[in-house]
Design a protein around this ligand. Structure first.
Ligand code: SF4
Length: 392
Protein backbone atom coordinates (compact mmCIF):
# COMPACT_ATOMS: atom_id res chain seq x y z
CA UNK A 1 0.00 0.00 0.00
CA UNK A 2 1.36 3.44 -0.92
CA UNK A 3 0.38 7.11 -0.85
CA UNK A 4 0.78 9.21 -4.01
CA UNK A 5 1.82 12.85 -3.97
CA UNK A 6 1.38 14.89 -7.16
CA UNK A 7 3.15 18.25 -7.23
CA UNK A 8 1.60 21.06 -9.29
CA UNK A 9 4.37 23.69 -9.44
CA UNK A 10 2.37 26.68 -10.67
CA UNK A 11 1.00 29.66 -8.74
CA UNK A 12 -0.75 32.85 -9.79
CA UNK A 13 1.73 34.89 -7.75
CA UNK A 14 4.50 34.01 -5.33
CA UNK A 15 3.50 34.63 -1.70
CA UNK A 16 6.10 36.61 0.24
CA UNK A 17 6.92 33.83 2.73
CA UNK A 18 6.83 30.78 0.46
CA UNK A 19 9.81 28.62 -0.44
CA UNK A 20 7.94 25.71 -2.03
CA UNK A 21 8.98 25.06 -5.58
CA UNK A 22 6.53 26.89 -7.84
CA UNK A 23 6.62 29.30 -10.76
CA UNK A 24 4.13 31.89 -11.98
CA UNK A 25 4.64 31.46 -15.72
CA UNK A 26 1.99 28.94 -16.76
CA UNK A 27 2.97 28.72 -20.43
CA UNK A 28 4.40 25.22 -19.92
CA UNK A 29 1.30 23.78 -18.23
CA UNK A 30 0.43 21.44 -21.15
CA UNK A 31 3.99 20.22 -21.38
CA UNK A 32 4.03 19.71 -17.63
CA UNK A 33 0.94 17.53 -17.62
CA UNK A 34 2.42 15.42 -20.46
CA UNK A 35 5.64 14.97 -18.48
CA UNK A 36 3.83 14.17 -15.24
CA UNK A 37 1.91 11.40 -17.01
CA UNK A 38 5.13 10.18 -18.62
CA UNK A 39 6.82 10.13 -15.20
CA UNK A 40 3.98 8.03 -13.78
CA UNK A 41 4.31 5.60 -16.72
CA UNK A 42 8.10 5.45 -16.37
CA UNK A 43 7.92 4.76 -12.65
CA UNK A 44 5.34 2.01 -13.04
CA UNK A 45 7.23 0.34 -15.90
CA UNK A 46 10.39 0.27 -13.77
CA UNK A 47 9.03 -1.28 -10.60
CA UNK A 48 8.05 -4.48 -12.41
CA UNK A 49 5.34 -5.38 -9.96
CA UNK A 50 1.62 -5.79 -10.22
CA UNK A 51 -0.21 -2.50 -9.93
CA UNK A 52 0.61 -0.93 -6.57
CA UNK A 53 -2.34 -0.48 -4.28
CA UNK A 54 -2.91 3.15 -3.30
CA UNK A 55 -4.37 4.27 0.04
CA UNK A 56 -4.13 8.04 -0.42
CA UNK A 57 -3.64 10.61 -3.20
CA UNK A 58 -2.61 14.19 -2.48
CA UNK A 59 -2.44 16.94 -5.11
CA UNK A 60 -0.23 19.63 -3.57
CA UNK A 61 1.87 22.51 -4.75
CA UNK A 62 2.13 25.12 -5.85
CA UNK A 63 -1.52 25.57 -6.56
CA UNK A 64 -3.28 22.43 -7.81
CA UNK A 65 -6.58 24.33 -8.14
CA UNK A 66 -4.95 26.25 -11.02
CA UNK A 67 -5.25 23.09 -13.12
CA UNK A 68 -7.98 23.19 -15.76
CA UNK A 69 -10.34 20.26 -15.28
CA UNK A 70 -9.27 18.64 -18.56
CA UNK A 71 -5.66 18.51 -17.30
CA UNK A 72 -6.65 17.19 -13.89
CA UNK A 73 -8.70 14.45 -15.55
CA UNK A 74 -5.77 13.40 -17.72
CA UNK A 75 -3.53 13.01 -14.66
CA UNK A 76 -6.17 11.12 -12.68
CA UNK A 77 -6.81 8.80 -15.66
CA UNK A 78 -3.08 8.04 -15.81
CA UNK A 79 -3.08 7.22 -12.10
CA UNK A 80 -6.11 4.96 -12.59
CA UNK A 81 -4.39 3.14 -15.47
CA UNK A 82 -1.22 2.45 -13.55
CA UNK A 83 -2.25 1.96 -9.93
CA UNK A 84 -4.86 -0.09 -8.11
CA UNK A 85 -7.27 2.40 -6.55
CA UNK A 86 -9.73 -0.16 -5.15
CA UNK A 87 -8.50 0.54 -1.57
CA UNK A 88 -8.26 4.32 -1.97
CA UNK A 89 -9.35 5.97 1.28
CA UNK A 90 -8.49 9.62 0.85
CA UNK A 91 -8.00 11.87 -2.18
CA UNK A 92 -7.09 15.47 -1.37
CA UNK A 93 -6.62 18.52 -3.55
CA UNK A 94 -5.15 21.77 -2.23
CA UNK A 95 -7.14 24.82 -3.33
CA UNK A 96 -6.32 28.50 -3.26
CA UNK A 97 -9.34 30.78 -2.65
CA UNK A 98 -7.90 33.16 -5.25
CA UNK A 99 -8.36 30.61 -8.03
CA UNK A 100 -11.75 29.88 -9.46
CA UNK A 101 -11.98 26.29 -8.17
CA UNK A 102 -15.50 26.61 -6.81
CA UNK A 103 -17.06 25.97 -10.22
CA UNK A 104 -15.04 22.72 -10.41
CA UNK A 105 -16.11 21.24 -7.08
CA UNK A 106 -18.74 18.89 -8.53
CA UNK A 107 -16.24 17.58 -11.08
CA UNK A 108 -13.65 17.11 -8.33
CA UNK A 109 -16.17 14.92 -6.55
CA UNK A 110 -17.03 13.00 -9.71
CA UNK A 111 -13.38 12.09 -10.32
CA UNK A 112 -13.01 10.69 -6.80
CA UNK A 113 -11.64 13.58 -4.75
CA UNK A 114 -13.08 13.37 -1.23
CA UNK A 115 -11.11 15.97 0.71
CA UNK A 116 -10.53 19.67 0.04
CA UNK A 117 -7.70 21.56 1.70
CA UNK A 118 -8.03 25.34 1.40
CA UNK A 119 -5.12 27.74 1.93
CA UNK A 120 -6.94 30.40 3.95
CA UNK A 121 -4.04 31.47 6.23
CA UNK A 122 -6.00 34.23 8.02
CA UNK A 123 -9.43 35.87 8.16
CA UNK A 124 -7.90 39.31 8.68
CA UNK A 125 -7.42 41.45 5.51
CA UNK A 126 -4.20 43.17 6.69
CA UNK A 127 -2.62 39.82 7.46
CA UNK A 128 -3.50 38.35 4.06
CA UNK A 129 -2.09 41.46 2.49
CA UNK A 130 1.07 41.22 4.56
CA UNK A 131 1.62 37.62 3.45
CA UNK A 132 1.16 38.59 -0.21
CA UNK A 133 -1.83 36.29 -0.67
CA UNK A 134 -3.87 36.73 -3.85
CA UNK A 135 -7.29 36.40 -2.22
CA UNK A 136 -9.55 38.38 0.10
CA UNK A 137 -11.26 37.25 3.30
CA UNK A 138 -14.58 37.23 1.42
CA UNK A 139 -13.17 34.91 -1.23
CA UNK A 140 -11.87 32.60 1.49
CA UNK A 141 -15.30 32.50 3.13
CA UNK A 142 -17.04 31.84 -0.19
CA UNK A 143 -14.57 29.06 -0.96
CA UNK A 144 -15.13 27.31 2.36
CA UNK A 145 -18.92 27.64 2.12
CA UNK A 146 -18.95 26.26 -1.41
CA UNK A 147 -16.57 23.42 -0.55
CA UNK A 148 -18.73 22.45 2.44
CA UNK A 149 -21.79 22.33 0.19
CA UNK A 150 -20.18 19.56 -1.83
CA UNK A 151 -17.67 17.90 0.53
CA UNK A 152 -17.95 16.61 4.05
CA UNK A 153 -14.18 16.62 4.64
CA UNK A 154 -12.81 20.16 4.36
CA UNK A 155 -9.55 21.34 5.89
CA UNK A 156 -8.06 24.82 6.03
CA UNK A 157 -4.49 26.06 6.54
CA UNK A 158 -3.77 28.95 8.90
CA UNK A 159 -0.59 30.92 9.60
CA UNK A 160 0.20 32.52 12.93
CA UNK A 161 2.94 34.83 14.27
CA UNK A 162 2.51 37.15 11.31
CA UNK A 163 4.32 40.38 12.29
CA UNK A 164 1.14 42.47 11.98
CA UNK A 165 -0.85 39.91 13.98
CA UNK A 166 -1.98 40.45 17.56
CA UNK A 167 -3.78 38.11 19.93
CA UNK A 168 -6.95 40.06 19.17
CA UNK A 169 -6.69 39.59 15.41
CA UNK A 170 -5.82 35.91 15.84
CA UNK A 171 -8.90 35.56 18.06
CA UNK A 172 -10.94 37.07 15.23
CA UNK A 173 -9.60 34.42 12.89
CA UNK A 174 -10.40 31.69 15.41
CA UNK A 175 -13.93 33.07 15.81
CA UNK A 176 -14.39 32.73 12.05
CA UNK A 177 -13.12 29.15 12.17
CA UNK A 178 -15.99 28.39 14.56
CA UNK A 179 -18.52 29.45 11.97
CA UNK A 180 -17.76 26.48 9.68
CA UNK A 181 -18.14 22.74 10.06
CA UNK A 182 -14.47 22.09 9.29
CA UNK A 183 -12.98 18.67 9.93
CA UNK A 184 -9.30 19.54 9.93
CA UNK A 185 -7.03 22.54 10.51
CA UNK A 186 -3.32 22.92 9.84
CA UNK A 187 -1.78 25.88 11.68
CA UNK A 188 1.81 26.87 10.97
CA UNK A 189 4.01 29.45 12.65
CA UNK A 190 5.33 31.87 10.03
CA UNK A 191 8.83 30.80 9.02
CA UNK A 192 11.38 33.20 7.54
CA UNK A 193 12.76 30.89 4.85
CA UNK A 194 15.98 31.91 3.19
CA UNK A 195 15.44 33.13 -0.36
CA UNK A 196 11.95 34.50 0.24
CA UNK A 197 10.89 38.14 0.08
CA UNK A 198 10.00 38.00 3.77
CA UNK A 199 13.46 36.73 4.69
CA UNK A 200 15.06 39.59 2.75
CA UNK A 201 12.85 42.09 4.57
CA UNK A 202 13.87 40.59 7.90
CA UNK A 203 17.59 40.78 7.04
CA UNK A 204 17.13 44.42 5.97
CA UNK A 205 15.47 45.13 9.30
CA UNK A 206 12.12 46.02 7.69
CA UNK A 207 10.35 43.19 9.45
CA UNK A 208 10.76 42.02 12.99
CA UNK A 209 9.62 38.50 13.89
CA UNK A 210 7.59 38.07 17.06
CA UNK A 211 9.45 36.90 20.16
CA UNK A 212 9.35 33.21 21.05
CA UNK A 213 7.12 34.06 23.99
CA UNK A 214 4.60 35.77 21.73
CA UNK A 215 4.81 32.90 19.27
CA UNK A 216 3.98 30.56 22.15
CA UNK A 217 0.96 32.68 23.14
CA UNK A 218 -0.38 32.53 19.57
CA UNK A 219 0.19 28.78 19.47
CA UNK A 220 -1.62 28.25 22.78
CA UNK A 221 -4.50 30.41 21.65
CA UNK A 222 -4.94 28.24 18.56
CA UNK A 223 -4.56 24.96 20.48
CA UNK A 224 -7.08 26.00 23.11
CA UNK A 225 -9.69 27.35 20.73
CA UNK A 226 -9.49 24.31 18.47
CA UNK A 227 -9.64 21.87 21.36
CA UNK A 228 -12.73 23.67 22.69
CA UNK A 229 -14.30 23.02 19.27
CA UNK A 230 -13.61 19.28 19.53
CA UNK A 231 -10.43 19.11 17.44
CA UNK A 232 -7.70 16.69 18.50
CA UNK A 233 -4.14 18.00 18.34
CA UNK A 234 -2.46 15.04 16.63
CA UNK A 235 0.72 16.53 15.17
CA UNK A 236 2.77 19.67 15.86
CA UNK A 237 0.75 21.73 13.34
CA UNK A 238 -2.34 19.60 12.76
CA UNK A 239 -5.75 19.29 14.40
CA UNK A 240 -8.62 17.02 13.42
CA UNK A 241 -12.15 16.17 14.43
CA UNK A 242 -12.51 12.47 15.40
CA UNK A 243 -12.05 10.26 12.32
CA UNK A 244 -10.61 13.05 10.15
CA UNK A 245 -6.84 12.97 10.68
CA UNK A 246 -5.11 13.41 7.34
CA UNK A 247 -4.40 9.84 6.25
CA UNK A 248 -1.90 10.94 3.64
CA UNK A 249 0.27 12.92 6.05
CA UNK A 250 -0.01 10.17 8.66
CA UNK A 251 1.78 7.92 6.17
CA UNK A 252 4.77 10.31 6.23
CA UNK A 253 4.78 10.50 10.01
CA UNK A 254 4.46 6.74 10.45
CA UNK A 255 7.33 6.04 8.05
CA UNK A 256 5.04 4.33 5.50
CA UNK A 257 5.68 4.27 1.76
CA UNK A 258 4.75 7.15 -0.53
CA UNK A 259 5.65 8.09 -4.08
CA UNK A 260 5.96 11.69 -5.22
CA UNK A 261 5.65 12.85 -8.83
CA UNK A 262 6.71 16.23 -10.21
CA UNK A 263 9.68 18.55 -9.61
CA UNK A 264 10.96 18.62 -6.01
CA UNK A 265 8.70 15.70 -5.03
CA UNK A 266 10.10 13.25 -2.47
CA UNK A 267 9.44 9.53 -2.22
CA UNK A 268 10.02 6.68 0.19
CA UNK A 269 9.70 3.32 -1.46
CA UNK A 270 11.22 -0.13 -0.87
CA UNK A 271 13.36 1.23 1.98
CA UNK A 272 14.83 3.94 -0.21
CA UNK A 273 14.35 7.69 -0.04
CA UNK A 274 14.68 9.67 -3.25
CA UNK A 275 13.87 13.13 -4.50
CA UNK A 276 13.24 14.70 -7.89
CA UNK A 277 15.03 17.65 -9.52
CA UNK A 278 13.62 20.91 -8.25
CA UNK A 279 13.84 22.94 -11.45
CA UNK A 280 11.16 22.48 -14.05
CA UNK A 281 13.61 22.69 -16.96
CA UNK A 282 15.74 19.89 -15.52
CA UNK A 283 12.60 17.88 -14.82
CA UNK A 284 11.41 18.27 -18.43
CA UNK A 285 14.83 17.36 -19.81
CA UNK A 286 15.01 14.09 -17.87
CA UNK A 287 11.45 12.92 -18.43
CA UNK A 288 11.51 13.79 -22.15
CA UNK A 289 14.65 11.65 -22.50
CA UNK A 290 12.71 8.76 -20.98
CA UNK A 291 14.45 8.97 -17.61
CA UNK A 292 13.00 9.26 -14.13
CA UNK A 293 13.76 12.82 -12.89
CA UNK A 294 15.52 11.63 -9.75
CA UNK A 295 18.20 13.93 -8.40
CA UNK A 296 19.30 11.91 -5.39
CA UNK A 297 18.67 8.73 -3.43
CA UNK A 298 19.58 7.36 -0.06
CA UNK A 299 19.09 4.11 1.76
CA UNK A 300 18.58 4.79 5.44
CA UNK A 301 20.94 2.96 7.79
CA UNK A 302 19.52 1.42 10.97
CA UNK A 303 20.74 4.35 13.06
CA UNK A 304 19.17 6.87 10.66
CA UNK A 305 15.92 4.91 10.84
CA UNK A 306 16.08 5.12 14.62
CA UNK A 307 16.67 8.88 14.55
CA UNK A 308 13.81 9.31 12.12
CA UNK A 309 11.47 7.15 14.15
CA UNK A 310 12.08 9.34 17.20
CA UNK A 311 11.68 12.60 15.27
CA UNK A 312 8.49 11.52 13.54
CA UNK A 313 7.06 9.81 16.61
CA UNK A 314 7.45 12.88 18.81
CA UNK A 315 6.08 15.32 16.26
CA UNK A 316 3.00 13.18 15.67
CA UNK A 317 1.23 10.55 17.73
CA UNK A 318 4.04 9.53 20.08
CA UNK A 319 6.51 6.64 20.41
CA UNK A 320 5.25 3.20 21.36
CA UNK A 321 7.96 1.53 23.46
CA UNK A 322 7.01 -2.02 22.41
CA UNK A 323 7.18 -1.18 18.71
CA UNK A 324 10.46 0.66 19.23
CA UNK A 325 12.02 -2.33 21.04
CA UNK A 326 10.81 -4.70 18.34
CA UNK A 327 12.37 -2.52 15.62
CA UNK A 328 15.65 -1.46 17.19
CA UNK A 329 16.22 -3.78 20.15
CA UNK A 330 16.38 -0.82 22.55
CA UNK A 331 14.28 -0.44 25.68
CA UNK A 332 13.57 3.28 25.25
CA UNK A 333 11.38 3.54 28.33
CA UNK A 334 14.16 2.30 30.59
CA UNK A 335 16.97 4.13 28.78
CA UNK A 336 15.35 7.55 28.83
CA UNK A 337 12.85 7.24 31.68
CA UNK A 338 14.30 10.20 33.63
CA UNK A 339 13.98 12.48 30.57
CA UNK A 340 10.40 11.40 29.95
CA UNK A 341 9.54 11.99 33.62
CA UNK A 342 11.03 15.46 33.42
CA UNK A 343 8.95 16.20 30.33
CA UNK A 344 5.87 14.89 32.08
CA UNK A 345 6.51 16.92 35.24
CA UNK A 346 6.85 20.11 33.17
CA UNK A 347 3.63 19.39 31.27
CA UNK A 348 5.35 18.65 27.97
CA UNK A 349 4.54 14.98 27.65
CA UNK A 350 2.10 12.24 28.54
CA UNK A 351 3.81 9.07 29.69
CA UNK A 352 2.82 5.55 30.58
CA UNK A 353 4.66 2.24 30.40
CA UNK A 354 3.58 1.76 26.77
CA UNK A 355 4.01 5.14 25.15
CA UNK A 356 5.30 8.70 25.35
CA UNK A 357 3.54 11.47 23.42
CA UNK A 358 3.76 15.25 23.54
CA UNK A 359 1.24 17.77 24.84
CA UNK A 360 0.60 21.19 23.25
CA UNK A 361 3.51 22.61 25.27
CA UNK A 362 5.71 19.71 24.21
CA UNK A 363 4.82 20.11 20.53
CA UNK A 364 5.85 23.77 20.76
CA UNK A 365 9.43 22.73 21.64
CA UNK A 366 9.35 19.43 19.75
CA UNK A 367 12.73 19.96 18.02
CA UNK A 368 14.48 20.66 21.30
CA UNK A 369 12.94 17.62 23.02
CA UNK A 370 13.91 15.45 20.06
CA UNK A 371 17.53 16.55 20.32
CA UNK A 372 17.55 15.94 24.09
CA UNK A 373 16.21 12.44 23.62
CA UNK A 374 18.62 11.62 20.80
CA UNK A 375 21.50 12.89 22.94
CA UNK A 376 20.39 10.71 25.82
CA UNK A 377 20.26 7.51 23.82
CA UNK A 378 23.34 8.22 21.74
CA UNK A 379 25.62 5.99 23.79
CA UNK A 380 23.38 3.01 23.75
CA UNK A 381 22.55 3.52 20.07
CA UNK A 382 26.23 3.93 19.23
CA UNK A 383 26.95 0.61 20.86
CA UNK A 384 24.22 -1.00 18.87
CA UNK A 385 25.14 0.67 15.61
CA UNK A 386 28.60 1.99 14.86
CA UNK A 387 27.79 5.70 15.35
CA UNK A 388 24.79 7.97 15.34
CA UNK A 389 24.35 11.39 13.76
CA UNK A 390 21.94 13.81 15.40
CA UNK A 391 20.49 15.93 12.62
CA UNK A 392 17.37 18.02 12.58
S1 SF4 B 1 -0.01 29.87 -3.22
FE1 SF4 B 1 0.96 28.39 -1.83
S2 SF4 B 1 2.59 27.42 -3.03
FE2 SF4 B 1 1.93 29.26 -4.16
S3 SF4 B 1 3.38 30.83 -3.51
FE3 SF4 B 1 1.59 30.99 -2.15
S4 SF4 B 1 2.08 29.65 -0.38
FE4 SF4 B 1 3.52 29.16 -2.03
Amino acid sequence: MVGLYIHIPFCEKKCDYCDFYSITNKSSLNRYVDCLIREIELFCSKIQQNKLSVQTIFFGGGTPSILPISHLELIVEAIERHFDLSSLKEFTIECNPGTDFVRNLQVYKAIGINRISIGVQSFVPEELNYLGRIHSVEEAIRSIDSALNVFNNVSIDLIFSIPVQTEQTLSRTMEMVKAFDLKHISAYSLIYEEGTKLYKQMIEGKVRPHSEEKDYRFYKLICESLQSLGFEHYEVSNFAKPGYKCKHNLRYWKGEEYIGFGPSAHSYFLGQRYWNFRSLSRYFEQVERGLLPIEGKEMLTEKEKLTEQIMLGLRAEGINFGDFRAKFGIDLFRTACSIFELWQASGKAKLNSEKVSLTDDGYFVCDKLTIDLLDRIENIASKKFSSMQVQL
